[in-house]
Design a protein around this ligand. Sequence first.
Ligand SMILES: NC(=O)c1ccc[n+]([C@@H]2O[C@H](COP(=O)([O-])OP(=O)(O)OC[C@H]3O[C@@H](n4cnc5c(N)ncnc54)[C@H](O)[C@@H]3O)[C@@H](O)[C@H]2O)c1
Length: 359
Amino acid sequence: MIDAFNNFYKGKRILVTGHTGFKGSWLSIWLHELGAEVVGVGLEPYTEKDNFVLSKIGNKIEADIRADIRDGNKMKEIFAKYRPEIVFHLAAQPLVRLSYEIPVDTYQTNVMGTINIMEAIRATESVKVGVMITTDKCYDNKEQMRGYKEDDPLGGYDPYSSSKGACEIAIQSWRRSFFNPEDYDKCHHVSLASVRAGNVIGGGDWSRDRIIPDCIRALEAGKPIEIRNPKAVRPWEHVLEPLCGYMMLAQKMWERPTEYCEGWNFGPESESISTVWEVATELVNNFGRGELVDTSDSPSLHEANLLMLDISKVKTRLGWHPTLNIKQTMALVADWYKKYQQMDVYNLTVEEINHFVNV
Ligand SMILES: NC(=O)c1ccc[n+]([C@@H]2O[C@H](COP(=O)([O-])OP(=O)(O)OC[C@H]3O[C@@H](n4cnc5c(N)ncnc54)[C@H](O)[C@@H]3O)[C@@H](O)[C@H]2O)c1
């Protein structure tokens, strides 16, 4: 594999929370391919068709641990045993609609879980870098025509979005109180950042109420694809885009710990920001079959209509920029779902990472 990070991850001990999930499994595979010693902490995968299960990445990494991030003592034990140098915290209850059903669990996992991870970082001397994954939905959504910037007010209407806004406030507090860049070298050796990606899509995601898994389930069942929010505008991006950004950021934080410990947006270029209907249409076109049905008249829970991210900061200060346009993104998303039943999924995922790095 081409190493876009100049051997930085080779031999590094990296703890990934949420490695059994969609983004975490891709990140674990990429880090493993780069020679990192990956320690994964998460719950059981959701389905037999998840990227984590099909790729068998759990058998390849240093440690594949089932543990609940709501258990703070357990997190400290795991950190003390494996002594990670870099932490990517992705574990969460990440679904807006499910958060209306289980708001308390959503808050416990997302907010207290994040605090437990920060406390484990604080208790473990080996950790130098913590990248905390929140979301574009952490901003107070005013349905405005411009993208949110990193210093826009935090908020969130539904329990998921607001729990991630609350995570951001907690991360800011822990950074000021315990990992303050002004006290670096005097009181601690930790660089802590938060990262906010857009709507992340890619192979191996089978989550409920997400547009790509909904489309694939309908396509595989030979049923029409019901689109409940066709006009909703979202900053879509292939999973490899933010992951590449998180990894670039962690490297910069390692090298210059006091310069990058803040919040960062990782979204697509504005021309790739599209509606749910447009994205579903592009997927159907890639498959060469499928019928879309607009079900927007049925009663629905509140979900944001318009959400865009401003990525000027990450482009100018980090040198990160999106690699794929929306057509290339949808072609790569479709590629995984077209091939996963015929191909070894670990090789398929690595092939897609190589393709991405070579674009
Ligand atoms: N997928 C997206 O569009 C998107 C966009 C922006 C931000 N995010 C954020 O990225 C992260 C990963 O999202 P994803 O789409 O891969 O989600 P996912 O649901 O596929 O994976 C979530 C992971 O968290 C783990 N987890 C959940 N509750 C846990 C608990 N109590 N203890 C331990 N582990 C627990 C799961 O086992 C799984 O490994 C989340 O923090 C999410 O909020 C996702």
